[in-house]
Design a protein. Structure first.
Length: 149
């Protein structure tokens, strides 16, 4: 027992250091990815702002000076990595319309998955917890078995 403890003491500081090293490199990778994305966003936003009039493509509001911060670049195909230099995948939207645009897409996506195009109705025979009792039973059986062993 004492021997076992000594081994663990010998191992654990090293493995902790190892974990810290792994964590640090993970953090570095994440930070770098964030930096890259921020840089990329800044570039295409600047390009889009040079290319298009500072007008929201939905509500038609005009933006000048510092308020241009409220104008965002929407990707028509929703792929932020698709940034053709001619700007064909970009649309300038104010933050409100941009939010709306994505909210609407989420709803559309939801309808598509449903397939009916109708608002799904909650059915009375819809049992969200069907199968739960089976699972509980199985779990109970398993723990009984454990006790028997
Ligand atoms: Zn707008
Ligand atoms: Zn968008």
């Amino acid at each position: 027992m004492r021997h076992y403890i000594r081994i663990r003491e010998a191992i654990s500081p090293m493995s902790t250091k190892e974990n810290q090293k792994k964590q640090a490199s993970r953090d570095r990778i994440v930070a770098e990815a964030r930096r890259n994305q921020a840089a990329r966003e800044k570039t295409y936003r600047e390009k889009a702002l040079k290319m298009f009039p500072w007008v929201c493509g939905r509500c038609g509001r005009e933006f000048t000076g510092r308020r241009v911060r409220e104008l965002t670049v929407h990707h028509k195909d929703h792929n932020h990595d698709n940034n053709p230099p001619d700007g064909s995948n970009w649309e300038l939207l104010c933050i409100y319309c941009h939010d709306n645009e994505h909210a609407r897409d989420q709803v559309a996506e939801w309808y598509r998955q449903d397939g009916s195009g109708e608002t799904p109705q909650l059915q009375s025979d819809n049992k969200p917890f069907a199968g739960l009792s089976d699972l509980l039973e199985k779990a109970a059986n398993n723990s009984d078995k454990d006790k028997a062993d």
